[in-house]
Write a protein that binds this ligand. Structure first.
Ligand SMILES: C[S@@+](CC[C@H](N)C(=O)[O-])C[C@H]1O[C@@H](n2cnc3c(N)ncnc32)[C@H](O)[C@@H]1O
Length: 323
């Protein structure tokens, strides 16, 4: 069977029984008649065959995300300029509908070359559920970001959570990052487009390629951030230690990291042990939000054939730097 490792480029080997993160919105499929696994493999097969993504992907990408029911997604009008071409959607928080952002998906142009020659492409496939949970959590707790410098690591092709901070919080600065250049080109165009509509509350919003294992990328921003956050980035065996090192170095001495990820076998536990060894004090939260906990219980009860806690339910880790 094909694996997400082959389909999405280089990545960790411990993505648990061949299953990568679920496709955002492909789950609990009332909107789609095929099971989410089938839809995902179809999508990834198409990527490898260098076919333009067909209506199936568009459907997956633009319909309302159903796993934790946090964002509604509506297709946006076609954009005029070439720079703005692509699939644009409006992502709106369901619980905080005053917060809404225009996003572009890196859909049609992920081709064989991208997959085989570029760095990890898992962030160019879709917005994964943990990212949506992090984004929602940031909206709910937007007051904690006041006057702070915030960095999102491994934010994928939209860096949705960092964008939610930028539109909702009186934050000093938001830096959106990923190790994949194509993802960051997409984030650049999202920032440019939303800046025109004046949606950002943050004083400064920017994006850049930042690889956790790249000394220059990390050292240039050493000690700069009050909060570093990431979603679904712990399953990459070869980068787990460098992710912890990057978090530690990017944070200022009293800084905190907010990390959302599903257990995925032992990968979250491995991250926790490494973080403690690196001198972080660690809090692990399984019930961090009533809405998410209730939805999780409902999914376990009603969708046990599709929903697997180990792969789909993000836990929250708070890492605090110890002096
Ligand atoms: C599963 S994706 C998660 C993307 C996004 N957070 C989401 O949940 O939708 C993992 C992300 O980590 C990024 N990544 C993997 N290894 C990295 C590294 N060494 N440095 C920076 N980013 C990395 C990938 O490019 C990818 O976007």
């Amino acid at each position: 069977m094909e694996s997400p490792v082959a389909a999405a480029g280089a990545r960790g080997t411990e993505a648990v029984a061949g299953e990568g993160p679920v496709i955002g919105g492909a789950s609990q499929g009332s909107a789609v008649s095929v099971p989410k696994g089938v839809a995902r493999w179809k999508l990834l097969r198409q990527v490898l065959k260098q076919k333009q993504l067909d209506d199936c992907l568009k459907h997956v990408s633009v319909r309302r995300f159903e796993s934790f029911n946090l964002f509604s997604v509506t297709e946006a009008k076609k954009r005029g300029t070439e720079e703005e071409a692509g699939v644009w959607v409006q992502y709106t928080s369901i619980l905080y509908p005053e917060y809404s952002i225009s996003l572009r998906f890196n859909s049609g142009s992920l081709n064989v070359e991208d997959v085989l020659t570029s760095f990890d492409n898992t962030g160019n496939v879709c917005i994964w559920p943990a990212e949506e949970v992090l984004a929602y959590y940031c909206l709910k707790h937007r007051n904690i970001f006041r006057d702070l410098a915030v960095c999102e690591l491994g934010g994928g092709m939209t860096c949705l959570a960092g964008l939610m901070v930028a539109i909702s919080a009186d934050v000093k600065e938001v830096l959106l990052t990923d190790g994949n250049e194509k993802a960051i080109r997409n984030v650049d165009s999202i920032i440019t487009s939303n800046r025109k509509t004046g949606v950002f509350k943050a004083q400064k919003v920017s994006s850049r390629v930042l690889r956790w294992d790249n000394e220059t990328d990390v050292s240039q921003l050493e000690g700069h951030f009050d909060i570093v956050m990431c979603a679904d980035c712990l399953f990459l065996d070869q980068y787990r230690a460098s992710l912890i090192d990057a978090i530690k170095r990017l944070l200022q001495p009293t800084g905190k990291a907010m990390v959302f990820a599903p257990c995925r076998g032992n990968t979250l536990n491995q991250f926790c042990s490494l973080a403690e060894k690196a001198g972080f004090s660690l809090q692990r939260h399984e019930n961090y939000d009533e809405h998410i906990s209730n939805f999780h219980s409902k999914l376990k009860k009603e969708n046990s054939d599709l929903y697997e806690e180990n792969l789909h339910y993000p836990l929250l880790l708070i890492l605090t730097k110890m002096a």
